[in-house]
Design a binder for this molecule. Sequence first.
Ligand code: AMP
Length: 175
Amino acid sequence: MTIEKYIRTIPDFPKPGIQYRDITTLLSSAEGLRISVERIADHFADAEISCIAGIEARGFIFGTAVAYKMGLGFVPLRKPGKLPGETVSVAYKLEYGEDQLELHVDAFEDGANVLLIDDLIATGGTAEAAVRLIQSTGGNVSGFCCVVDLPDLGGMDRLRAHGVDCLALCEFEGE
Ligand code: AMP
């Protein structure tokens, strides 16, 4: 069963030249959602994961579903100013400008094996920043998974260079 068929492509969103890979059509399909969550949980079943982390906002959707399926807890990596407790923060480059992610300093036990989840990886800038943030609080990123990989942009290779076991459920050419 291919996951690609559940993803809708919207040309020129949010700006000309971008092929936006829309996961809302996968989420609204009971079968698409179930297969996605099961594939991720199956792949990492023997990886001794202790906790799931998800990147705001679409990483929360898949991350909590996978956490529930695997019988684990969930930790959110959030945009600045959203988390109420003491946080650590990391800035990272976007195509235009910069963004930040934040994490509670006490989110993970020291040496926790974390599975990081997002909806899509493009350049890998967001996921790499999340890996650095988790490591800075004592977590060990044992795995990363996303529903869509855009391999032409090289994000997965960037993450594999950190020794992370990477899984994508489907790939699309181009940006
Ligand atoms: P990056 O940091 O370059 O890997 O970008 C990843 C983030 O940007 C993900 O959280 C995606 O939600 C979003 N994103 C980047 N490119 C696309 C695209 N073509 N379609 C949908 N979302 C995208």
